[in-house]
Design a protein around this ligand. Sequence first.
Ligand code: FES
Length: 44
Amino acid sequence: MNKPKIAQNSPAPVTVGAGKTYYWCSCGESKSQPFCDGSHKSLA
Ligand code: FES
C-alpha cells in the first residue's frame, strides 16, 4: 500500500444498538464503512 485509503473525510451518522459490539475499519477497505467487514484480510 503506497497511499492510505480513507473512506470519508467528513463526519457520518451511524446507527448502533445498545450492548452490541462493533469493529471499526482501520484499513479503509471495508464496503460496510465505518465498520470492518473482513476485507482487511486481502491486504496481508
Ligand atoms: S479493518 Fe478494514 S476491513 Fe477490517
